[in-house]
Design a protein around this ligand. Structure first.
Ligand SMILES: Cc1ncc(COP(=O)(O)O)c(C=O)c1O
Length: 361
């Protein structure tokens, strides 16, 4: 007999309380009942983002919110800088290029972050945006968004942050850190069912929206804000995903966002220390910036390790991404994860590693 334990980089495990909330007949999305759900979710998301601004809920995954950021805040030909640290930050660069922005890529080797100085060396008075991934889920590194905010706040450039696998697990403060655009998906640290994305814009970013000339329709953020303020959505939204996300974000607010971050920190420490004892080390070049939500390790038997953990012990972790598939694995501590899940993972990991290493003898 096996019990499933999910330590995923997304979709993450969904709390039973959320599953119960979604187990119902579909409400009409223009009803008062759904309006109340939307209003509650929007208010709680502000607490999670630590902002006074509206947080808009879009139907679509995090990539849709990324697209909304580009379409709504920029125009073709705009000069932007994108730090490319892995697959997901590379997607921001490709998307900006697809919309005709003039993109300078700062590409770092896998397992490294970009520093503020490296980026600021490219910022000029013509720079309209700087795109930084908060937590690069593909390589397991975390950028210092607060430092980027400080450096960019008095420039003409918008700080656009992909915090898809950051917010809800790692420290984040939209207003205090002077972030201009931040977006995330429901199915990561926010513990929601896949299908919705969230995005927040500063006043500086809303000004840029006024001059943006790129075409926008489904993901028009002015429309999303206007409707969102009334507890509405412009189109038929992903109703079940929103009901689920409302419940999970309520859980985060009940626990307190700072306590959630502390819990994630503690779980990450348990995983890292446990793996070190088994002779397996973080992939990040410097542990000071290693991701604490998508803990990424270097191991030359990663694919076998990941599949044996699932098949023999019911413990689901993530394979490495793209070109890191064979040499890394990822352990998600974000979301609906507690100490006993980690203890079970470490027990199973020890057995599987013994098996794999003995097989080599
Ligand atoms: C850092 C990061 N950005 C963007 C995405 C894309 O999000 P989605 O799959 O919700 O479109 C992901 C998904 O894993 C991610 O981890």
């Amino acid at each position: 007999m096996k019990k499933n334990i999910m330590l995923m980089a997304g979709p993450t495990a969904i709390p039973e309380r959320e599953i119960k909330a979604m187990d119902r007949q579909v409400p009409f999305h223009r009803s008062k009942e759904f309006e109340d759900i939307t209003k509650e979710l929007n208010a709680n998301l502000k607490k999670v983002f630590k902002t006074k601004e509206e947080v808009m809920v879009l139907t679509g995954s995090g990539t849709a919110a990324m697209e909304a950021a580009v379409q709504n805040c920029f125009s073709a030909g705009d000069e932007v800088i994108v730090a490319v640290l892995g697959v997901f930050s590379a997607r921001m660069a490709s998307m900006a290029e697809a919309y005709g922005l003039n993109v300078t890529r700062i590409t770092k080797p896998n397992g490294e972050v970009v520093t503020v100085d490296e980026v600021m060396a490219h910022v000029t008075e013509n720079t309209k945006g700087v795109f930084i991934v908060h937590n690069e889920s593909a390589t397991g590194v975390t950028c210092d968004i607060q430092a980027f905010g400080e450096a960019l706040k008095d420039t003409g450039a918008l700080l656009v942050v992909d915090t898809v696998s950051g917010i809800g697990a790692l420290e984040f403060a939209f207003d205090d850190w002077h972030v201009d655009v931040a977006f995330a998906s429901s199915q990561k640290a926010l513990m929601g069912a896949p299908g919705t994305a969230v995005i927040c814009l500063s006043q500086k970013a809303w000004k840029a929206v006024e001059t943006s000339t790129l075409p926008k329709f489904y993901l028009d953020l002015k429309l999303a804000k206007e409707f969102g303020e009334k507890g509405q959505h412009p189109w038929t939204p992903a109703i079940y995903s929103i009901i689920g996300l409302n419940e999970s974000v309520k859980m985060i607010v009940e626990e307190g966002i700072d306590n959630v971050v502390k819990r994630n920190d503690k779980l990450s420490k348990m995983v890292v220390e446990g793996m070190e004892k088994l002779g397996i080390h973080l992939f990040a070049k410097d542990p000071s910036y290693a991701s604490k939500s998508v803990n990424t390790f270097a191991y030359d038997k990663s694919p076998q390790f990941v599949s044996k953990l699932a098949e023999e012990y019911g413990v689901q972790i993530y394979n490495g991404q793209a070109d890191l598939y064979n040499t890394t694995f990822r352990v998600g501590t974000m979301g609906y994860v507690c100490e006993t899940d980690i203890a079970a993972f470490l027990y199973a990991a020890e057995q599987v590693i013994k098996e794999l290493e003995e097989g080599d003898k």
